[in-house]
Design a protein around this ligand. Structure first.
Ligand code: SF4
Ligand code: SF4
Length: 111
């Protein structure tokens, strides 16, 4: 399951540098699959294209990049550091550990 950030976010920025997948961005920032990953441009997917921000006013998690820290840490780092507990499980995006590990390998080339 990916993590999502709720409206309780106070924009402190503590979570962003802790994410091993660079899946957290400040509100209003454009994001790329290639940021902090080993993905490059290829014929099927250009990972270097800037995507629209998912939220304008608060920090957001790019679901496509969040592995719930699987492959790096035992527990989601953003959940630990957030001072207002607004990083929570995104039940709409359920993924089991196996799928999250595959996502991690996809992002970081650990095939
Ligand atoms: Fe990043 Fe881990 Fe939080 Fe997902 S759970 S957004 S990978 S720090
Ligand atoms: Fe928002 Fe929590 Fe991240 Fe701070 S640590 S920016 S409050 S989600």
């Amino acid at each position: 399951m990916a993590i999502k950030i709720t409206n309780k976010c106070i924009n402190c920025g503590a979570c962003e540098p802790e994410c091993p997948n660079t899946a957290i961005y400040e509100g209003g920032k454009k994001w790329r699959m290639s940021d902090g990953t080993s993905l490059k441009k290829n014929k099927i997917l250009d990972s270097t294209i800037f995507q629209k921000p998912k939220k304008k006013d608060i920090y957001f998690v790019v679901t496509e990049k969040c592995t719930e820290c699987v492959g790096f840490y035992d527990v989601p780092q953003c959940v630990i550091v957030c001072p207002v507990q607004c990083c929570i499980q995104d039940k709409k995006n359920f993924e089991n550990k196996d799928k999250l590990m595959k996502k991690k390998n996809f992002l970081h080339g650990g095939h």
